[in-house]
Design a binder for this molecule. Structure first.
Ligand SMILES: *Cc1c(COP(=O)(O)O)cnc(C)c1O
Length: 329
């Protein structure tokens, strides 16, 4: 078990549910979902678990303002703004215009919610190092006498990853209670924290479950390197020997083309299918592409009948509104 300071922001434990219609439709393995889209804070999602640890640190350091960064439709920014609002802190966010689409993308979905929750939004042109831009901006505020605290891209620090170490433990106690022996876990993976935290949490419990990180924005080699480094740092932090981490960190980059936040046909099929047969809302940027991977791996015979596959629903449905035209007709 891990025990570090947190501030309560999430509805936990999130449900573990079977997906019977999807299982039947694909006629392959048994498919389950961990509902981290139901963490509860302003639309929920995976960043809320990370923020329980990060915001405890911000409060301990006497912050009056939270600064963070992301794309225009960042779910991380939305959940961070919500956490700041709930804790009585100001939020100033840098939204990088790395994806340019239409008016819905520019102003609806997460952007609209950030503004509604009182964030001061600064839109910026794409930069090489968004974390450096965020840190510099934070420093400027501090020079003006503010007590600004910087939350890195995707909340993927060691503290943020602890949220997913804890998620792994929560999940294993649920599968144990229900007598489900998982073979594989599939999750969307972007800024490393979710996959790194799960990897450490599963290793700590010596669970023999294969974790697949589905890249949403970069080649597998780069994702793997980032996940491994953060997993090692997180293992060190909790006093777990990094020798217990698996040798192979599995990252799959076959499903994010043509790029971060840009739709593809398999994503559209996965989002539409889950909506229509399970009433389950996925998102266009992360979970739609991760579910497309899961579906394709079943069809290709990588996951077979009798196996138990868990999909981590990391959230993001708030962004559906900003991709309205993709799902029309
Ligand atoms: C941020 C995000 C992810 C990826 O999590 P990382 O920890 O950045 O890898 C997956 N799904 C959704 C919906 C997200 O917002």
């Amino acid at each position: 078990m891990i025990d570090y300071p947190t501030v309560k922001l999430a509805h936990l434990p999130t449900p573990l549910q079977p997906l019977p219609a999807l299982t039947k439709y694909l006629d392959g393995p048994n498919i389950f979902v961990k509902r981290d889209d139901c963490t509860g804070l302003a639309g929920g999602g995976n960043k809320t678990r990370k923020l329980e640890y990060i915001m405890a640190d911000a409060l301990a350091k006497g912050a009056d303002t939270i600064v963070t960064v992301g794309a225009t439709q960042s779910n991380h920014v939305r959940q961070t703004v919500a956490a700041a609002a709930k804790l009585g802190l100001k939020a100033e966010v840098l939204l990088q215009k790395s994806v340019v689409r239409d008016a819905d993308y520019a102003r609806n979905g997460n952007y609209m919610l950030d503004a509604l929750m009182g964030a001061v939004i600064h839109e910026i042109e794409p930069v090489k190092d968004i974390n450096q831009a965020g840190l510099d901006f934070c420093e400027q505020l501090n020079q003006q006498g503010r007590r600004a605290y910087y939350v890195g891209l995707g909340g993927s620090s060691v503290l943020g990853s602890l949220g997913y170490v804890q998620c792994a433990q929560e999940l294993l106690s649920q599968t144990q209670a229900e007598g489900i022996a998982l073979d594989h876990i599939v999750t969307a993976s972007g800024s490393y924290g979710t996959q790194a935290g799960l990897l450490v949490g599963l290793a700590q419990e010596r669970a023999a479950i294969t974790l697949h990180g589905i890249s949403v924005n970069k080649p597998a080699v780069d994702l793997r390197a980032g996940v491994l480094q953060l997993a090692q740092q997180t293992a060190d932090y909790i006093g777990l020997s990094s020798a217990t981490l698996p040798d192979a960190v599995i990252c799959n980059d076959q499903y994010y083309a043509p790029g971060y936040g840009l739709p593809n046909d398999k994503m559209i099929e996965a989002v539409t299918l889950c909506a229509r047969i399970e009433g389950l809302l996925l998102d266009p940027v992360y979970t739609g592409k991760a579910m497309a991977a899961l579906i394709d791996m079943v069809r290709q015979g990588h996951f077979t009948k009798g196996e138990n596959i868990l999909f981590i629903h990391t959230g993001g449905a708030a962004a559906l509104h900003s991709y309205r035209t993709v799902f029309e007709g």
